[in-house]
Design a protein around this ligand. Sequence first.
Ligand code: NAD
Length: 288
Amino acid sequence: MAHLLDGQHLAARVEQEVRERVEAFVRARGVTPCLAAILVGNNPASAVYVRNKTRAAGRVGIRSETFHLPEESTQAEVLELVERLNARRDVHGILPQMPMPPQIDPEAIFERLDPRKDVDGLSPYNAGRLALGRPQLVPCTPLGILALIRQTGVSLVGKHAVVLGRSSLVGKPTALLLLGEHATVTLCHSRTENLAEHTRRADVLVVAVGRPRLVTAEMVKPGAVVIDVGINRVDGRLVGDVDFESVREVAGWITPVPGGVGPMTIAMLLQNTLQAAQIQVAADAPVP
Ligand code: NAD
């Protein structure tokens, strides 16, 4: 039976650590880190996500502001808000909550974001740095995934890590982080042939697809670390992409859904916001 990787518990520890570091930063620099969330339209799930993130910020002493624009906002209006927040010295992190209404191009928003305030790590600058092996602000969910894998104590060096899903938000940056840890990485996606042949060779399997119970016990190597990123609503219940009940009989470690990757994503956002404030305050510091 697999050990459970408890994201709730680890996230609480990370929060505690971030709170102490924020306190020290405020004492040393006289600056309170601030996160600005951009919410466009009326997606109820997005509103909940933003509320959870700003509440978590409050718990660790990070200020937050939420900018709620109407559903019919134009691309120009959202970009104008991004520019305003880029220019504000008292705002250190900008979080455009996705998904946005269809008339808004998310790429254009991330291209316009000041990379020093890009706490989701999705601007071309930060994505490029990660690809070059010189990460600065890294997407929150992949950071949370790596922290959970580290919890197992299993070394990634030379191990075979298989990632399902190649999104810019989760799959691709996770594969790059694992590569940075010296794993041998296979990145699978919707066109991958013989998926199970790949997954069965994984010492570490990260699943970020968005299909309930895609991964079953026969697809998992005995003793593997299995990280389930998926969030799917089935019959009013949240389930992951991994068939938890059968896979836990085979895996060595497994994350639950909910209570696995989700809380870690928020904890890493807080960590990134503090890091963003540190980067900006250091850039402002006079040359000695
Ligand atoms: P996405 O829709 O952008 O990407 C899905 C990826 O899965 C694509 O790259 C696609 O090629 C791949 N895919 C589709 N069918 C496949 C198949 N049969 N086999 C292998 N790969 C397949 O989604 P995303 O934003 O990467 O999110 C993935 C899941 O993770 C979703 O359920 C999402 O809700 C969840 N998510 C959770 C968190 C969290 O904090 N827990 C954060 C972000 C996303």
